[in-house]
Design a binder for this molecule. Structure first.
Ligand SMILES: Cc1ncc(COP(=O)(O)O)c(C=O)c1O
Length: 360
């Protein structure tokens, strides 16, 4: 790696590679170079240690025991909620619901808010660049309620057609659910503009932050989104845990998602009353170990500095775009988009055996 990438090196890459045990192994005789972060990220030692510390030192259920281990486990679990609140810029910890990941966060909103509020004649808008996790839950909600799913088209440049979006918006629109950063193209969508426009017709906006949370500094209050979902495993944390952010007044008004321990206040056969936020949406024993270790991942990113990570990625993207772009048989789609903060890289190499796909 010569060039700008080295000259502007914001990090000692070798030093940071040491933080990841998996990067010490070789694959086919070469040091491991891992470029599949959009699918899942590798884990630094601090995350692995947090996970094993829980099981080695204070394994206990949370929110229900009065012994020392239960108190330690509860405190560590709730510390992740505070860290996630700060990481996403939420106003209060009640707005941070732990889920299994982005998919469950979106399903939670579709099955609760969607089933309660949508009806025939209403419309839900998604875009043509959504992950299935942000399409299928809304299809299901529309099938159940009679609402209609509308789709923002994607331009050849790999960007949302914002004119088409404006013309799709109407008083029928009840919710817009869009991906912040595309897992296929890397496009950073203008969610601020989408949120502002959707709010003018009274629609709510859900942001799929699965890919953005690790790359951008997120502030849900500044974005003014109504819901935001992300996954720990895309931010160097463990699998099986994620966060759903929702504005408090919306979360309070929505019906419960799953029933069972922790989400109840009082249970009677005649009537059960539900717990306050955020526990109202956290039925059953949660994924305690992974949630605790998720904090170590958020701390790791904060220590590196999100702005420094972003600048380094900009350099890496420029290097990859120039280098890969000069190879035969490669077409880079929507590279160096002028519209948004970051450009898009999506390379498809056709070979006699099929096509490969490389995306941030
Ligand atoms: C944009 C986007 N949304 C949603 C998801 C689903 O995330 P998870 O599988 O962690 O629930 C992904 C996963 O790749 C994604 O890239």
């Amino acid at each position: 790696m010569e060039s700008a990438l080295v000259e502007n090196m914001l990090y000692d890459v070798e030093r940071y590679r040491q933080d990841f045990p998996i990067l010490q192994r070789e694959v086919k005789g070469h040091p491991l170079v891992y470029l599949d972060n959009a699918a899942t990220t590798q884990k630094p030692q601090s995350v692995i240690k947090a996970l094993t510390d829980y099981y080695s030192l204070y394994n206990a259920n949370i929110h229900r025991g009065i012994h020392s281990l239960a108190e330690e486990a509860t405190a560590a679990y709730e510390a992740t909620r505070d860290a996630a609140k700060d990481f996403l810029g939420a106003a209060s910890r009640e707005e941070i619901i732990f889920t299994r990941g982005t998919t469950e966060g979106i399903n939670l909103v579709a099955y609760t808010w969607g089933m309660q509020n949508l009806k025939a004649g209403d419309e839900v808008i998604v875009s043509g660049m959504e992950h299935h996790s942000n399409t299928v839950p809304w299809q299901i909600a529309c099938e159940h309620t009679g609402a209609k799913l509308r789709v923002i088209p994607v331009t050849d440049a790999g960007e949302l057609d914002m004119e088409a979006f404006s013309s799709l918006l109407s008083e029928k629109t009840k919710l817009v659910s869009v991906v912040h950063v595309s897992n296929a193209f890397g496009t950073v969508n203008p969610v601020e503009e989408i949120i502002r426009k959707a709010h003018t017709v009274g629609a709510l906006v859900m942001v799929d932050g699965a890919q953005s949370t690790v790359h951008l500094t997120i502030n849900v209050q500044e974005l003014d989104c109504d819901f935001f979902a992300c996954s720990s495993h895309k931010v160097y944390g463990p699998t099986g845990v994620g966060v759903l952010y929702g504005k408090k007044k919306l979360l309070e008004a929505m019906p419960v998602f799953q029933g069972g321990g922790e989400m109840i206040k009082e249970v009677c056969f005649e009537k059960t009353t539900y717990n306050d936020l955020p526990y109202k949406y956290e039925a059953g024993t949660p994924n305690i170990a992974d949630t605790i270790a998720f904090k170590a991942a958020l701390d790791y990113v904060q220590t590196l500095g999100r702005e420094r990570i972003r600048l380094y990625e900009e350099d890496l993207l420029a290097y990859a775009t120039d280098t890969i772009g000069s190879l035969d048989g490669i077409r880079i789609l929507a590279a160096k988009s002028k519209t948004y903060q970051r450009s898009v890289v999506c390379c498809r190499r056709r070979t006699s055996t099929g096509s490969g796909h490389f995306a941030r």
